[in-house]
Structure formats: C-alpha cells, structure tokens
Design a protein around this ligand. Structure first.
Ligand code: ZN
Length: 253
C-alpha cells in the first residue's frame, strides 16, 4: 500500500528502503529548495539590503546546466501550482539562493499591456453587473464583458494539488475594460515552505523590478501579475501598495 507524505505529497511504500531514501531527498528539496551551490558565471542581480542570500537571473541563452537547473525548479513549482503553464523560453527566471538551495523562484515575461484591477471598494459602483453565474466560476478573470479562464491544467490529481486548491481558488477578478501599456509580467512566484515569511517573494520582486528592463528600473506598481491566487493578491497588494494593481492574461504555451 502506498502512503502520501502530508508535507511534500511524495508517494511511497512504508518500510521500503529505496522509497525512504527517494522520499528523504524529495522532501528536503521540497521544503528547503533544490540544491544549488552557484555557478562561476552566474548573473547576480545587484541588490542592496539583501542578507542571507542572493538573487540570480537565468535567461534562455544561458548554459544548458543553468537551464536544466531552472527546469528542475519549475518542475517543483508545478507540483504546487499546476503543470505546464509556468515557463516558456522567453521567460526571465529569478532564483533566490540561500544556504546553497533555491529558496524561491520568480518567472517573469515581457508583456505589452495589462489591466488595472478594480479594487473591492470601487467594484460596487463601477462594475455594472456580475451575474451569480459568473461569480460561481472560481477561476475566471473578467475584463469588461469578456471572461478569460485560468489556464492551469491539473494533470496530476494528487493530494498535493488538493492541499493547495483552496489557495488557488480565486473569486472573479474584475478589471478595467481598457488596457494600459505594461512591460513586465509576473507569471509565477514560488517560495519553498521552510523559507516563507522571510520576505523572499519581496526580494524576488525587487530584483525583477530593478533588472527586468536593462538600464531601467521599473516602479513598484508597473509590475503586472498573471492570474493571482488569493495569496498572490495579498502579496501584489502589499508590494504595489494598491488594491488596483495590474493584471494580465498569459498567452497559451
Ligand atoms: Zn515528504
């Protein structure tokens, strides 16, 4: 009989030595991050006030070993956030390295436009009608009259996904109808369980804001977020210091 680890979701046969070892490695990677000492030619993002770690940027032209490591990290993120939508080759990937492990990861992409979220207080007066039916679709992004559905495809219906499905649920996100120009879209942010509440996500956002466009530092509120989950909404609200932060829809891969 299989058993699932409640923390990392790993499926194993109790008492099987080989399984126990595989689980031990996976569990450590899951909770503390995938091991990464660093690379000789790594691209460290210049940040002041960053202790206990550093942020490395990886882009598609980087050496295969770097890309391979990124793919490992993405795979770990997918076990939590859903398969197949997080990464494409035009993404810039920011890795937060702490204690020789990848404690957090942010995936960003170039975009051209985004939509300003209608904040809760505005929603009552500005948005005409949101029918009951629309509200019940938990993963709908709504722009004016058009609704976009979240792209997450959950291929593995494991307990890992069930555990986080509550977090992934999202009330209808209501946005202004007209797009505004935007440059940088945040596709996904992930912080390993043992590194949460240590501002890792904020450091990753700061690194992105300062380095995404070379020679140009973006403002906090210029970052746009794709399909924010409830946790993502809280993060974006506090980071951008507004409830009406920018959101955008990701293109299909
Ligand atoms: Zn485990």
């Amino acid at each position: 009989m299989f058993r699932n680890c409640k923390t990392c979701g790993f499926k194993f046969v109790p008492g099987d030595e080989e399984d126990a070892k595989l689980h031990k490695d996976f569990h450590k990677n899951y909770t503390h991050g995938i091991a990464l000492k660093g690379w000789r030619n790594e691209r460290v993002v210049d940040m002041d006030s960053l202790e206990n770690g550093r942020v490395i940027l990886v882009v598609n032209d980087d050496p295969p070993a770097h890309i391979k490591k990124v793919q490992e990290v993405i795979k770990m993120m997918e076990s939590e956030l859903g398969d197949g939508w997080i990464y494409h080759k035009h993404c810039k990937v920011y890795l937060f390295i702490s204690s020789q492990r990848v404690a957090g990861c942010l995936v960003a992409e170039s975009i051209e436009k985004a939509y300003r979220l209608v904040s809760n207080s505005d929603a009552k007066s500005d948005v005409t009608t949101t029918t009951k039916e629309e509200k019940s679709v938990s993963t709908t992004l709504q722009f004016g009259g058009v609704s976009f559905h979240r792209e997450i495809v959950r291929k593995n219906h494991s307990t890992k996904n069930e555990r986080t499905s509550e977090d992934a649920l999202l009330g209808a996100v209501i946005c202004e109808k007209d797009a505004v120009p935007a440059l940088c879209g945040i596709r996904a942010i992930y912080v390993t369980p043992s590194n949460r509440r240590k501002h890792v996500a904020t450091y990753l956002l700061e690194a992105t804001r300062k380095s995404f466009c070379s020679g140009l530092s973006l403002g906090h509120s210029q970052l746009a977020f794709s399909h924010p989950t409830n946790a993502g909404k809280l993060l974006a609200t506090s980071y951008t210091n507004t409830e009406s932060f920018l959101v955008y829809t990701t293109n299909s891969l």
